[in-house]
Design a protein around this ligand. Structure first.
Ligand code: NAD
Ligand code: WQD
Length: 340
């Protein structure tokens, strides 16, 4: 069964391609390599023994995208990861984000409509909840006004998919990720941010390996037990496995309604200092960090109520914080050793 993975050479996409191939799916990747490299397909081949087909083009190009679907109308499902994701950059360059994230999605939905491809899994984000009034946050929690153009593209994308579903035979699943971290156990694929990382864990591992001087901890005066913000970190392989279940659920017609939304988190929150201490424990080395002022736009705390996903998808995140940071560290060391 053929699955299109857009953004399949990226961080979460590449881990999902591996899990799809492990379950016997045939994978086609479309990626414009704006935030990834074509070499990833060789790494995937090393892990699974199968080299996925990679077509390099921009999903913002309507003609190319619809043309792709016309050539591949036997696709059973689309897992749509391709998007820009840097929150800070989206504030500086909102139109870049609205154009890339929304036009690509609309082109894909048009390609699907024109060729009878019915199933789409969409990468959404816990950012749609903002700072929730109640914790843990379930899928029923209200959507808060987005803090950034990036976050807004996720909210608008969910609406675009829902409206399209209402007017067509398409069905969709939006997966709202909490904070994905970690890497594949082989350390052949992992997270590779361009330039200075925005996210906590890549910044920690790059500091430990000596690329960055010091980690800045953005604030220790939050109303949390140790004063630093709390997030629900989830291992990228656990996250990837949920996509395989979601796409299969659609193909097997097991959905309860044509548009479903699921939280993908562990249900457990950790503070920034807890993540740092877990890293120090598993790596056996002290991290150079300093407490500085708060980062604008950061929420205090969020963690998922994953019980609906656990029950409906039969999926549960299995890996704990130590395993997550250990795999991120193993990947950082392996990548830097290979790319000196
Ligand atoms: P990533 O940047 O590693 O992967 C995205 C891939 O999409 C890249 O390979 C990039 O080259 C490609 N791409 C971007 N625009 C494209 C276009 N117009 N045409 C073709 N390819 C294009 O990001 P990721 O962390 O793997 O995130 C995947 C998805 O998950 C994104 O939609 C992101 O918004 C969402 N998400 C990520 C996180 C996170 O913390 N990483 C959290 C929640 C949601
Ligand atoms: C985690 C914690 C920081 C870096 C972002 C997006 C969100 C989603 C996931 C896509 C925070 C602190 C970080 C550093 C620090 N992505 N931190 N020093 O902000 O929860 O979520 O990624 O949808 O939309 O906003 O993740 O990893 O950036 O931060 O102290 O150098 O680590 O303040 O408390 P965040 P993060």
């Amino acid at each position: 069964m053929k699955i299109l993975v857009t953004g399949g050479t990226g961080y979460i996409g590449s881990h999902t391609v591996v899990e799809l191939q492990n379950k016997g799916f045939e994978v086609l990747i479309v990626d414009n390599l704006s935030n990834s490299s074509a070499e990833i397909v060789e790494k995937i081949k090393k892990i699974t023994g199968i080299k996925p087909v990679l077509e390099v083009f921009d999903l913002g190009d309507r003609e190319k995208t619809v043309g792709f679907f016309k050539r591949n109308s036997d696709i059973k499902g689309v897992i749509h990861f391709a998007a820009f994701k840097a929150v800070g950059e989206s504030v500086e360059k909102p139109l870049k984000y609205y154009r890339n994230n929304l036009v690509s999605l609309m082109n894909i939905l048009e390609g699907m409509s024109e060729t009878g491809v019915q199933n789409i899994v969409f990468s959404s984000s816990c950012t749609v909840y903002g700072q929730p009034d109640e914790l843990p946050v379930s899928e029923k929690a209200p959507i808060k006004k987005a803090e950034s153009p990036y976050g807004n593209t996720k909210q608008i994308s969910e609406d675009i998919i829902l409206d399209t579903i209402k007017a067509s035979d398409i069905q969709g699943i939006a997966l709202r990720y909490f904070n994905p971290i970690g890497a594949h156990e082989t350390a052949l694929i992992g997270e590779l941010p361009l330039g200075v990382p925005n996210n906590l864990v890549p910044f920690i591992t790059q500091t430990a390996i000596g690329i960055r001087d010091q980690l800045k901890v953005f604030g220790n005066d939050y109303p949390t037990p140790d004063g630093t913000p709390i997030r629900d970190y989830i291992h990228v392989v656990d996250l990837a496995k949920a996509h395989v279940i979601a796409v299969n659920r659609m193909i097997m017609n097991s959905m309860k309604k044509p548009f479903e939304v699921f939280n993908l988190g562990t249900g457990k929150g950790y503070s920034v200092l807890e993540v740092i201490h877990a890293f120090e424990k598993v790596s056996g080395q002290k991290l150079n960090y300093k407490i500085v002022g708060r980062r604008e736009g950061d929420i205090i705390q969020v963690w998922a109520d994953p019980s609906f996903s656990n029950k409906e998808l039969g999926w549960k995140a299995e890996k704990g914080l130590d395993e997550m940071v250990a795999s991120a560290w193993k990947w950082e060391k392996a990548y830097r050793a290979e790319n000196k």
